[in-house]
Design a protein around this ligand. Structure first.
Ligand SMILES: [Fe+2]
Ligand SMILES: [Fe+2]
Length: 282
């Protein structure tokens, strides 16, 4: 088992305010809340894999690493923006965001355990490529270090869920079903989770009455800020990783074409967004 980094691994003393990018600060404030909330996912996945005791220890370790991502990013965000209070923002996020499947599901909302693992692979692949893009874009040295550590963890998580798929006795769903599960999970990145986190992280409680929560506006602000950091290599790698999770060869023409198409889509979106969108007083 690999040694894992801790908050003490991070060279906090190297923090350099002059190299901050205000948009990256906003993004990392939001990311810290989502990461720190991982214990709900652990509980949900525990229910999904309830009769597989060997999976429980893996889930606990995974959840602890995600929570640590939140703690590291939250601490960095408080340094970068002294008006940001990580614990208070997290409490507001917990109150505002309750996906129904955390409370009601007794099985996987993806229809099968393999489906659940495909969805997890999609998420880990998204975070892995996202933090790699942040690492490459960040000039502030502490954020660069944290994003590099987190990106490596996210890739390890992807491998972990990919390997778990091979240990499942159930039959794999057919290819089109697997593709559908991956597509559905990608589309869910525009649901309320990131949008609520962006809102709670970047709109202080005393301004909630004048800047109301608007999912589309929050997603637009988040995406117009995040998408511009992706480079072709990040996108193509993400597509190859998702492709592998649904059973496609990463070197296949389907994946190569898919990678190119998604990269063109990202470029188009960045062009359409124009400047980074701000949350405005209604
Ligand atoms: Fe994470
Ligand atoms: Fe992860």
């Amino acid at each position: 088992m690999r040694d894992h980094w801790t908050l003490d691994t991070i060279a906090w003393e190297e923090f350099d305010r002059s190299k901050l990018d205000p948009n990256l600060v906003k993004l990392m404030k939001a990311a810290s809340l989502v990461e720190y909330n991982a214990t709900d996912y652990v509980e949900y996945l525990r229910k999904v894999f309830h009769n597989q005791p060997q999976v429980m220890a893996i889930l606990d370790r995974w959840g602890a690493e995600e929570v640590q991502h939140g703690a590291a990013l939250g601490r960095w965000a408080e340094l970068a923006d002294p008006t940001f209070n990580f614990k208070d923002s997290f409490a507001r996020f917990r109150k505002a965001y309750h996906p129904p499947h955390f409370e009601n599901a007794d099985g996987s909302v993806r229809g099968s355990r393999i489906g659940e693992l495909i969805a997890r692979c999609v998420v880990e692949c998204g975070t892995s490529s996202g933090y790699t893009a942040i690492r490459d874009a960040a000039e502030e040295p502490v954020l660069k270090q944290i994003a590099g550590l987190v990106a490596a963890d996210e890739f390890a998580h992807y491998r972990l869920f990919l390997d778990l798929m091979d240990t499942q006795a159930e039959a794999k769903p057919g290819f089109w079903r697997r593709l559908w599960i991956a597509k559905t999970r990608v589309a869910e990145s525009e649901d309320d989770e990131l949008a609520t986190a962006y809102y709670c992280a970047n709109v202080p409680a005393h301004r909630e009455h004048e800047i109301k929560y608007d999912r589309d506006a929050c997603n637009l602000a988040y995406q117009s800020s995040m998408f511009r950091h992706y480079r072709r290599r990040h996108v193509e790698r993400a597509v190859a990783m998702i492709g592998k999770a649904i059973g496609l060869h990463p070197e296949s023409n389907f994946i190569k074409l898919g990678g190119r198409a998604v990269w063109e889509f990202v470029r188009f979106r960045v062009w359409r967004f124009g400047p980074v969108r701000e949350l405005k007083v209604a």
